[in-house]
Design a protein around this ligand. Structure first.
Ligand code: PLP
Length: 427
C-alpha cells in the first residue's frame, strides 16, 4: 500500500485531522456493517427486479419521436414496479424533478372539490406553491382543491386524534413526507409510516395515501409501498438515480393512479403510451443498479460526520447511534464562521469545481443568506456530496450524499480541516 497519509496531506488534510477521523470511524464499525447488510439486500432486490423484467441490451436503445413501444422505457417502469412491489410505475426524463413528480401525482388524482390532507405537518418548501399554501400560479388551490394540515405533536409523533377529525368526506389524498427535509422534525421509518397509513385507512377506507419518498429510497429494506402506500414518489437526481441519471422522477403505485399520472403528464387519451426516452435509459438502469450501494455510501458519510462532530461537542441530528430513515445530516456549528468553513471544506473535496470557494448570498425564496457547496457531475444533484446552510441561528449545516464512501469521508475530513484551520476547534 502506498503512503495514504501522504496523499491525504498532499490534498490538504493534516495528520491530526486524519487521525481524529480514523478514531471516530473505528467506533462506527457495527453501524457500517448493518448498512452493508441493507445494501446487500437492496442490491439483490434490484437485480431480481431486472431479471424478472428481462432487461436486455435493446432496452438501452435510442427512442425518439412519439416513443410508441419504447422498450427501454416500458421495461424500466416494470423494473421500478417490481422494486417497489406495486402494480405500475411512471419513470420518465419528462418528469423534471422531485417537485414535478409530486405535483403530477397530486394534480392527476385530485379533482375540484377534493381535499388534500397532510397529517405530518408542513410539507417540503416547494410543495407549498404546488398546493397553494403560498398563492401561486397554477396551484391546486386555483383549481378549487382545498388543503388541510395536522401538525405533529411536540414530541414529533402523529396526532391521531386530530388526524381522525381532519379526515373529512372530501379528503381524497393523504400526503406523507418520509424525510424531514430541512426541518427539525424527525424523519419517519417505513414502519411508522405503515402505522399511520393503517390508521388513516381504517377511518376512511377509500382514501389514497401518497408518500413523498425523496431521500428515503434504499435506506431500509422495505419501502412505503410495502406498508400500504398507494403511491410513492421521488426524484432520480436523488437516491434511486444512483448518481448516473441526469434528470427524472418516478411515481410507483396502484395501476389506476399511475394511469392517471400518465394522462396528466402527456395528454388525456395518450397517457403512458407516448414520451420517448431519448437515449437516457442506460443511465436510468445503471443508476438504479448502483443506487443501493450509493445510498449506503451516503449513509456512512452522514454517520461519520455525526460521529466526528458530536465528538467535538456540536449538536448533530440525528446522532451517530440513532436509526436512520433518510440520508440527510444536520450539524449545528453555532456560528456563521463554522457554517462557512464547513461548506468550503465540502467544496474543496469535490471532483468538480473544487477550486471555487462558496460564499453566502441572498438566494430568492430564503429569509436569510444561504451558503451552498456542491461540486456535482449533475447540476443540483443532492445524491452527490453537497451541503448548505442558512446564515441564521442555530447556524446548522445540512448535508447529504456522497456517491462513494471514500469521497464522503474525504469531504467530511476536509470540512473538519477547514474548521480547524479557521481556529474554530482544536483537536
Ligand atoms: C428534494 C425533495 C423534494 C423536491 O425535489 P426536487 O427534485 O428538488 O424538486 C421534495 N420533497 C422532499 C422531502 C425532498 O427532499
Amino acid at each position: 500500500m502506498p503512503d495514504m497519509t501522504k496523499l491525504y496531506e498532499d490534498m490538504g488534510i493534516r495528520r491530526a485531522v486524519l487521525a481524529f477521523g480514523r478514531e471516530a470511524e473505528a467506533g462506527l464499525k457495527e453501524r457500517f456493517d448493518e448498512i452493508d447488510r441493507t445494501a446487500e439486500y437492496n442490491q439483490l432486490k434490484v437485480i431480481h427486479a431486472m431479471q424478472e423484467n428481462r432487461v436486455c441490451e435493446a432496452c438501452f436503445n435510442y427512442a425518439s419521436g412519439y416513443g410508441y413501444s419504447d422498450q427501454g422505457r416500458d421495461t424500466l417502469e416494470g423494473v421500478y414496479a417490481s422494486v417497489f412491489h406495486t402494480d405500475s410505475a411512471l419513470v420518465r426524463p419528462q418528469i423534471t424533478c422531485g417537485t414535478h413528480a409530486l405535483s403530477l401525482a397530486l394534480g392527476a388524482n385530485l379533482r375540484p372539490g377534493d381535499e388534500l390532507l397532510s397529517p405530518v405537518g408542513k410539507p417540503y418548501d416547494t410543495l407549498e406553491e404546488v398546493i397553494g399554501i403560498r398563492p401561486s400560479n397554477g396551484s391546486l388551490a386555483e383549481y378549487g382543491i382545498t388543503y388541510r394540515q395536522v401538525d405533529l405533536k411536540e414530541d414529533g409523533t402523529f396526532d391521531y386524534d386530530r388526524i381522525e377529525e381532519a379526515l373529512q368526506e372530501r379528503t381524497k389524498i393523504v400526503t406523507i413526507q418520509r424525510s424531514k427535509g430541512y426541518q427539525t422534525r424527525p424523519s419517519f421509518s417505513v414502519g411508522q409510516i405503515g402505522e399511520l397509513i393503517a390508521f388513516v385507512k381504517k377511518r376512511k377506507p377509500g382514501v389514497i395515501c401518497m408518500v413523498d419518498n425523496c431521500y428515503g429510497e434504499f435506506v431500509e429494506t422495505v419501502e412505503p409501498s410495502d406498508v400500504g402506500a398507494d403511491m410513492v414518489v421521488g426524484s432520480l437526481i436523488k437516491n434511486p438515480g444512483g448518481g448516473l441519471a441526469p434528470i427524472g422522477g418516478y411515481i410507483a403505485g396502484r395501476k389506476d393512479l399511475i394511469d392517471a399520472c400518465g394522462y396528466r403528464l402527456t395528454s388525456p387519451g395518450l397517457g403512458k403510451e407516448v414520451g420517448a426516452s431519448l437515449g437516457v435509459m442506460q443511465s436510468f438502469y445503471q443508476g438504479l443498479f448502483l443506487a443501493p450501494t450509493v445510498a449506503a455510501s451516503a449513509l456512512k458519510g452522514a454517520i461519520f460526520a455525526a460521529g466526528i462532530y458530536e465528538k467535538l461537542g456540536f449538536g448533530v441530528i440525528p446522532d451517530s447511534k440513532e436509526s436512520r430513515h433518510d440520508i440527510i445530516q444536520a450539524v449545528q456549528l453555532g456560528t456563521p464562521e463554522g457554517v462557512v468553513a464547513f461548506c468550503k471544506g465540502i467544496q474543496a473535496a469535490a471532483p468538480v469545481d473544487s477550486y471555487v470557494s462558496p460564499e453566502p448570498w441572498a438566494m430568492p425564496g430564503y429569509d436569510s443568506d444561504v451558503i451552498m457547496a456542491a461540486g456535482a457531475f449533475v447540476q443540483g444533484s443532492s445524491i452527490e456530496l453537497s451541503a448548505d446552510g442558512p446564515i441564521k441561528p442555530p447556524y446548522a449545516v445540512y448535508f447529504q450524499g456522497g456517491l462513494t464512501w471514500p469521497h464522503a469521508r474525504l469531504g467530511i475530513l476536509m470540512s473538519l480541516e477547514y474548521i480547524v484551520r479557521e481556529g474554530i476547534v482544536k483537536i
